[in-house]
Design a protein around this ligand. Sequence first.
Ligand code: G
Ligand code: MN
Length: 282
Amino acid sequence: MEAESNEEWRVRPVYQPIVALDTGGVVGYEALARGVADNGAVEMPHALFARAEREGRLRQLDLACWRAAIAGAVRAELLDGPHVLLFVNVLPDTIIAPGFREWALGALAEHGVPSTRVVLELNEGRRIDDYARVRNAVDRLRASGFLIAVDDVGTGHSGLQTLAELRPDLVKIDQSLVRGVHRDAARCAILEMFVVLAARLGARLVAEGIEKAAELGTVAGLGVELGQGYYLARPVVDPIAAGQEDQVAARLARARRARRSGRAAGNVVPRPLEERDRAVGA
Ligand code: G
Ligand code: MN
């Protein structure tokens, strides 16, 4: 596989827990890339990937992030617990590149990490033009033990077609659908739909970007299995050293208590046509 040059991209991964919303247990960690600029400043992934795209070095950066993610997870002993998963973001263009599967298995073997512990999060900055090719790559990766997640579902290019074509093992709902869900009947309805959809597809559902106790309580109450977000825990270099497991359990318990004493968002009642006609003076 071309260009494994970690040296050219200085990236430092941070990790954010993904939590079972019924028990509060940490089921895995998502590795999130942070660039390190020459002056030591932190470069956020958006800027980092935009620069790599301008320079025509996207895949190189993607692979560098991947390698760093695995090494950092092993260093922070994140995978020492039984069944703990490592979620790694990867571009669809990277997984269809010839040799990616062999390269990825080799990188894991170097660190003694089994592929069955790794979730590839397909992150679609761009549209997938050739689903057959991506599906083919996904099937081969799955046959090699990897789990497949579709990231940012509900936005941009991560739509229902992607779920139908790729049949992922996990579905990650974008944070824009989680934001304010506790006081938004439409978002509640959409999440409910995803709970049903994921169950029917045999996929595990993750709500991303939970920032408030009320959002957490609502999402858990709707039956979403897994959650991630600043309210539960921020991405850090060493989540275990930071004591995040205890924090996560405490916050989930607090959100549940708040939910029991609070109000859920009501149902959406469609406005009758006559009312709309009146409103526009028709
Ligand atoms: O595209 P993807 O879902 O992989 O992006 C994850 C990004 O979202 C990371 O940069 C991470 O730091 C950020 N993130 C994680 N949790 C939250 C949250 O609760 N709120 C917001 N605004 N961003 C979050
Ligand atoms: Mn992601």
